[in-house]
Design a protein around this ligand. Structure first.
Ligand code: CU
Length: 152
């Protein structure tokens, strides 16, 4: 029952339906590009250089809280400012990469222990309003070792 298909003399005309690409709504394509950019951004965020981790902005966790990684380095908190939506619960994970001990004290009264080089600790705070943070080692706050937690 196999019959050779009749040759279509006009095949070259229908092979490339020009209208298909043109008719796709521009909005659909734009959303696709945005989604791809988001995926790329997430991938880039996960792949930091292993030798020097780059602190990033607060990351939204699955439970709705935020988590910020802050490094103590050269008598400073890096980043020196963390912003989350007002009322958000924020876990601040501080790691001391400096040659001297530091701690983190928040004006809500919470504080980490004094951390030696390589040590980490975390504080969890509800950021209803801006919260000031600093290192309580004598002279460090005055030297600029402050962390501003902001309710954005
Ligand atoms: Cu300090």
């Amino acid at each position: 029952m196999t019959r050779p298909r009749p040759a279509r003399p006009d095949a070259h005309l229908v092979a490339a339906p020009r209208s298909a690409a043109v008719r796709r709504p521009a909005g659909v394509r734009a959303r696709g590009v945005v989604a791809a950019a988001l995926v790329l951004g997430l991938l880039a965020g996960c792949g930091g250089a292993p030798t020097e981790p780059t602190p990033s902005g607060p990351a939204l966790q699955e439970d709705g809280t935020y988590r910020a990684e802050v490094v103590m380095r050269d008598m400073a908190f890096v980043p020196a400012e963390v912003t989350v939506p007002g009322g958000a619960t924020l876990e601040i994970v501080v790691t001391n990469e400096d040659g001297m001990p530091h701690d983190l004290v928040l004006d809500d009264g919470s504080a980490t222990p004094l951390l030696s080089r390589g040590e980490s600790a975390s504080l969890t705070v509800v950021v209803a309003d801006d919260v000031a943070g600093w290192c309580s080692v004598v002279g460090h706050r005055e030297a600029g070792m402050v962390l501003d937690v902001r309710a954005g």
